[in-house]
Design a protein around this ligand. Structure first.
Ligand code: AMP
Length: 577
């Protein structure tokens, strides 16, 4: 069957965006998906989920600058008009629709399959010039209404108020399947398009994890203190140390291929050759998937997170760097072993299997097991917390031994307690030239939280801080901010909100200076969170909760915290400019 016109998909997206009713959104989508040629299902589902590529690990590799250049080329407008259109709409798709309205379309309108294959070609293109050319051609053929949704997909914001849960409901409704079975298939395959195909073929019960393809990581819910831990667990809390490194999934395929994936599902195999070498010792036990944390480690103890930072982003670390900052994988979960998916087995069983599979001596102590303990009272939790800090770890993870593994979900099966430092994940919306020796670099960042945990929430500024990054990192970030500048006001420039920063601070205050209605006292940038998407940053509700917790003394803020904060540069009063 031939592929369906992309314009139909764009029209459904517009209709879904135009109604606030969840049921109406679901029904519109279900009707569309049901009538779609099967071959179009995976791509259509990815597009509605805001993903240009069906393969969840693939990246388009096209930032705002190149997308803007493609639009410039397709519309005949100059770069300044493109920038102005983006600013008017705060949306790349709307800007594309407006600018292409004036031009005439060239060539035949694209089908769903053609849009999908163009995105694939962009991801595989060798140069920026090729990527720009491919997207420009697609825009030129698309016409304004299709271009609006193509622009939104390529910038990964569909703006149609569609959560993944609703897409799962639509798939279930489209093919008369059980919602629970669709969810399970989506969870295991990590791909709503594959779940839709299985639903259409009435084969949801065959869904399985693909070793070699990462699935989303299970997340934890923050708790304020030991008393809250005890309120949330039944009798006995199962407690692991919370290691301060980067999350990683280790996959060993049936043919022995070893791959490591980061939390944002990037392939980071080549950056950690020592862990890969250690994993070879496990290859004989069949295909497997291990979840854990990569941490810098020497002589039986963790090193400072800052040292790990020198390893991040190095695709091929030098021998000196490998010797200077050795890294281990601290394993805490086993999701697949020898043909059997374990996600639905209780943690107790997964941990036992992990211990049998990977005792540290088997991997030359390059793959370790997370420190495990238990507690029956809040006092015992406190003691474990102090012990974890003594081992130089960040805090505790409290896990329910009966819980299943829930990819991508922040459930109550895992709680995290890291009393030491309250931080907020914010997105950078503006940058400023520094002072003194920093006058030639963009070193002051203005950052914002999201108004609500909604797909297209507004961004509300909450503070401004100098970076605590090294000079080399600041130079790299300056380049990056040049590329994503929206408005240049001389000293200050607004930027495309895509860089996530973790901010520590001493207090939250109410303030009229920032749009959030709050300001942070002595904010400082702890780190750039390249592993987080802007849509995963903190919300106004989390700021309000922290504000209340601070009033009741339930959280420890950064004041007087240990040496951990010393590497971070402090700035003056919140928001001062
Ligand atoms: P956060 O990044 O503050 O949301 O905390 C959750 C993160 O803690 C996870 O994504 C892991 O990267 C990390 N982590 C460290 N130790 C553990 C552990 N034992 N179990 C689960 N996650 C851990």
């Amino acid at each position: 069957m031939s592929s369906s016109p992309f314009l139909d998909l764009a029209a459904v997206a517009a209709a879904v965006g135009a109604t606030r009713s969840k049921n109406a959104k679901r029904d519109l989508l279900a009707a569309y998906l049901r009538g779609l040629p099967r071959d179009d299902l995976p791509a259509a589902c990815s597009f509605f989920a805001g993903r240009p590529l069906v393969d969840p690990t693939a990246k388009l590799g096209m930032g705002w600058v190149q997308q803007g250049a493609a639009l410039t080329r397709a519309s005949g407008a100059d770069a300044e008009s493109v920038r102005a259109a983006y600013l008017r709409h705060s949306d790349f798709g709307d800007a594309a629709a407006e600018l292409l309205e004036r031009g005439s379309t060239v060539g035949r309108a694209p089908t769903v399959a053609e849009v999908a294959s163009t995105f694939e070609a962009i991801a595989g293109a060798g140069s920026g010039e090729q990527r720009i050319g491919l997207l420009a051609d697609l825009f030129a053929r698309a016409g304004p209404e299709s271009a609006r949704f193509i622009g939104r997909i390529s910038s990964r914001e569909t703006r149609i108020g569609l959560r993944e849960g609703l897409l799962e409901e639509a798939v279930a409704a489209a093919f008369d399947a059980e919602l629970g079975s669709v969810r399970r298939a989506h969870m295991l395959t990590g791909d709503i398009g594959e779940a839709a195909l299985l639903a259409a073929a009435n084969a949801l019960d065959t869904a399985a994890l693909h070793v070699g393809r990462p699935i989303r990581f299970m997340l934890a819910t923050p708790v304020a203190d030991a008393a809250e831990v005890m309120r949330r667990v039944d009798a006995e809390a199962w407690i692991e140390d919370k290691y301060d490194g980067i999350r990683a999934q280790l996959h060993i395929s049936a043919d022995g291929t070893i791959r490591l994936f980061s939390r944002d599902l990037n392939d980071i195999t080549r950056s950690f050759p020592e862990v890969v070498a250690a994993a070879e010792s496990l290859a004989g036990d069949g295909p497997l998937v291990v979840d854990g944390e990569l941490v810098p480690w020497r002589e039986g103890s963790v090193l400072d997170f800052a040292s790990l930072q020198t390893r991040l982003g190095r695709v091929r670390p030098s021998a000196e760097l490998l010797a200077e900052v050795p890294v281990v994988l601290v394993a805490f979960d086993l999701l697949h072993l020898a043909g059997r998916d374990l996600l639905e087995a209780p943690l107790r069983e997964r941990r036992r299997a992990l211990e049998e599979l990977a005792p540290p001596e088997r991997t030359g102590e390059r793959i370790l097991l997370a420190h495990l303990g238990s507690a029956r009272t809040a006092d015992e939790v406190e003691r474990q917390f102090d012990d974890a800090r003594e081992r130089r770890n960040e805090g505790l993870m409290v896990k329910d031994p009966a819980s299943t593994y829930q990819p991508g979900r922040r459930g109550l099966g895992w709680l995290k307690l890291k009393k030491a430092l309250a931080t907020l994940d914010c997105v950078v919306v503006g940058v400023e030239w520094g002072h003194g020796k920093r006058r030639d670099v963009l070193s002051d960042y203005t950052f914002a939280v999201r108004e609500a945990d909604e797909p297209d929430a507004r961004l509300l500024t909450i503070g401004k801080a100098y970076t605590g990054l090294t000079d080399a990192e600041i130079a790299t970030m300056t380049e990056r901010f040049h590329g994503i500048t929206l408005e240049d006001h001389g000293r200050y420039r607004t930027v495309v909100p895509e860089v996530v920063v973790e901010i520590a601070f001493d207090r939250i205050m109410r303030s009229t200076r920032h749009r959030s209605g709050y300001a942070l006292r002595f904010p400082r940038i702890v780190r750039i969170r390249d592993d987080k998407m802007p849509a995963q940053t903190d919300t106004l509700a989390s700021v309000e909760a922290l504000f209340m917790d601070q009033a009741s003394g339930r959280i420890l803020l950064a004041t007087g915290a240990d040496g951990e904060t010393e590497r971070i540069r402090t700035t003056g009063e919140a928001g001062s400019s």
